[in-house]
Design a protein around this ligand. Structure first.
Ligand SMILES: [Zn+2]
Length: 439
């Protein structure tokens, strides 16, 4: 049956990531929220003759990017404090600003700005670890964006709660509210080993098992974090979390700039996913995640931007580019993380890390229609020997042309379909003026 909801997309290339092939002269059929068919264009036009066809000449169709780590609302702190090491940046700038400004309203407005930036740059699913996750999730749901929202758990009070008990209670409430929503998942976000004590970690593990919720934690972000823990306890943070029983296939460890063989063995044994945020690590001089070694040790590595206050953008194409280059320098091997591998880290590996690989991350019949097109009608991408090479090494987010999330068109001809961009920019600037005036 053909409905109004069907569209046939005919690009120059389709990168499904179901195998390593690049399809040419093929079309993809979206039916409501799913991918209904992928077939040769001549067959498609015969089989679906009255379906609306969207022709995208000289464009590459691929799965949308999965941004596995960020703090979306921090988009309103973009450029507030730069060129500082992690702890100075956090303690002297970010935590005081959060203490003063973070509220439900701040989270809603910041998340809206972040979602607009992400959609425009081809991200169709994001993971968010921030205060007021239910408000952030509300915004995502309103705009039709897919997301996993990790409510923060830490020992000390913040504008979101007084301590671990209240955080956990609020996260469970958010989970109950969204548990049947097709685009939204809620998880636990114990902030980091140095901000969460043993008891809440164990509680989070038990509740995650009971409620089938994922867990995300910042881990081994800097060398100092590891040295300090070893001095105080005799154990690396990864060993402590293993001993507390936290690790499993539903856990994502973010950053991991420090990984020795013991850490890699632990991650592999428990199926922990590593989320690599290369640009944030570079900007805060946190260290370099050894992603090639992790992969060689059987660990799934996916990519995240981290928050806009430490990156300072939410550009997964930029992250993919940086990851591919940095991996070669760190491994001292120019063959480490070839272009296609970097694309997988930004898509299907991210879907696996978030436990969503049966729904998203590749273009396959029956999967969700989270799809983007990249416009190769650009001097930066001319001439073309290998489109995948250009995707990673020569393209930029300004070439993202069409974006669908669950079959809904979000970006058309490089323009956001459902946002009033001027209003969004005015709203963000008025936050910046208030924040600046209070400094
Ligand atoms: Zn982070």
């Amino acid at each position: 049956m053909q409905t109004e909801q069907m569209s046939l997309i005919t690009p120059k290339w389709i990168l499904t990531l179901e195998n390593d092939d690049l399809l040419e002269n093929h079309s993809l059929l979206i039916d409501q929220h799913i991918i209904k068919d992928i077939l040769p264009t001549t067959d498609a036009r015969e089989t679906y003759p009255s379906t609306k066809e969207i022709e995208l000449p000289n464009q590459l169709l691929m799965p949308g990017f999965v941004n596995c780590h960020g703090h979306a609302a921090m988009n309103l702190f973009k450029g507030l404090a730069d060129d500082l090491p992690l702890m100075t940046w956090l303690e002297k700038h970010i935590w005081p600003a959060e203490g003063q400004w973070v509220s439900e309203e701040f989270v809603k407005d910041g998340t809206k700005l972040a979602i607009a930036e992400m959609l425009k740059s081809g991200t169709t699913c994001f993971s968010d670890m921030y205060f007021f996750p239910e408000q952030a999730a509300d915004v995502a749901a309103e705009y039709g964006m897919r997301g996993v929202f990790y409510g923060p758990v830490m020992d000390f009070p913040t504008p979101y709660g007084s301590g671990p008990d209240e955080y956990i209670e609020k996260i469970i409430k958010a989970h109950d509210h969204f548990k049947h929503h097709p685009l939204i998942d809620i998880g636990f976000g114990p902030h980091a080993p140095y901000t969460v004590s043993d008891e809440p970690i164990k509680q989070v593990r038990a509740l995650a098992d009971q409620l089938n919720m994922p867990i995300q934690i910042h881990l081994h972000e800097t060398e100092f974090e590891v040295i300090d823990a070893v001095e105080k306890t005799g154990h690396r943070p990864s060993e402590r979390l293993r001993d507390l029983g936290l690790f499993g296939e539903d856990v994502q460890a973010v950053h991991v700039t420090q990984a020795n063989q013991t850490d890699m063995d632990i991650f592999h044994k428990y199926g922990v996913h590593v989320i690599h945020c290369p640009e944030s690590n570079l900007k805060l001089a946190s260290g370099f995640c050894p992603i090639y070694a992790l992969q060689q040790n059987g660990v799934n590595v996916a990519l995240g931007t981290d928050g806009s206050a430490s990156n300072n953008d939410l550009d997964m194409m930029g992250e993919m580019h940086t990851a591919a280059l940095l991996a070669k320098a760190v491994a001292q091997n120019a063959s480490a993380i070839p272009a296609l591998e970097a694309v997988k880290m930004a898509t299907i590996n991210g879907a696996k890390a978030l436990g969503k690989e049966t729904e998203i991350g590749s273009l396959k019949v029956g999967k969700q229609a989270d799809i983007i097109s990249i416009d190769f009608n650009d001097i930066a991408c001319t001439p073309v020997y290998d489109p995948i090479s250009h995707l990673v090494y020569s393209s930029s987010r300004s070439q993202v042309d069409h974006v669908w999330v669950a079959g809904k068109l979000q970006v058309k001809n490089k323009q956001l379909c459902h946002f009033n961009v001027q209003q969004l920019m005015d709203m963000s600037q008025s936050w910046a003026e208030k924040i600046q005036a209070s400094k």
